[in-house]
Design a protein around this ligand. Sequence first.
Ligand SMILES: [Zn+2]
Ligand SMILES: [Zn+2]
Length: 285
Amino acid sequence: MPDRDSKKPTAPPAPEPLRVAVADSHTHLDMQSGSVADAVAQAAAVGVDTLVQVGCDLAGSRWAAETAAAWDRIWASVALHPNEAPRVADRASGGGRAGLDAEIDAIDALAALPQVLGVGETGLDYFRTGPEGVADQQHSFRRHIDIAKRRGKALVIHDRDAHADVLRILAEEGAPSTVVFHCYSGDAEMAKVCAEHGYYMSFAGTVSYKTAQNLRDAVAVAPRELLLVETDAPFLTPVPYRGRPNAPYLIPVTLRAMAAARGDDEDQLAAAIAANTARAFGYDT
Ligand SMILES: [Zn+2]
Ligand SMILES: [Zn+2]
């Protein structure tokens, strides 16, 4: 008789280690099961030596900053997620635009900390947030762009079904010197636009999905010096482990899918990605 745990998806096995270590440019350790120490050790064992921990709300951003302060090879990125911004504004007590601005002010203060290297994930998400949330979302995005510029940090963009508005608002506000499209979801045409502006494109497990030929086309045309790799764990587990929990130690699976789509040598791609991530966020490898 199966026990009750048999329905719980098990963690995928560790992939073959990378020979050249890279960073997971975007992860959510606070949403994964297990300790930070275990996640760091499992990642390091397969050649994932650096993690960027991304906050999605004020509490998560504070946790990211604290965790990055405590761990040498973890850096933080702080923001209110585009789906979080309208929720903050809608809150019965202390909500509204003033409530949203107060929380963004707190993000601004966190962004000044030395271990916080990114402002994000911010941006636009027209998939999960309906038309009623767009104004707050765009206001929040504009304010995060300003924070990234004033604090000199990388802007980490979440863009879901909102490519045109994300690019338009970036142009209107003036983009910070470093922009990262996290979980890059555009096509090859948009990759060319990003390349013209020098925007980094961070690919997640979605690049390995059967239906995602547009992403493989995009990764193939993107300049190698603008490529990053991420898990967005616990979400977006790469093929062949979809449906099972994602974690930073699965980066090699996605990096190999990127190398295959480009026809690149795995070690050369890993070396480029390691250098790109350090340059984008401004840490020493
Ligand atoms: Zn995201
Ligand atoms: Zn994320």
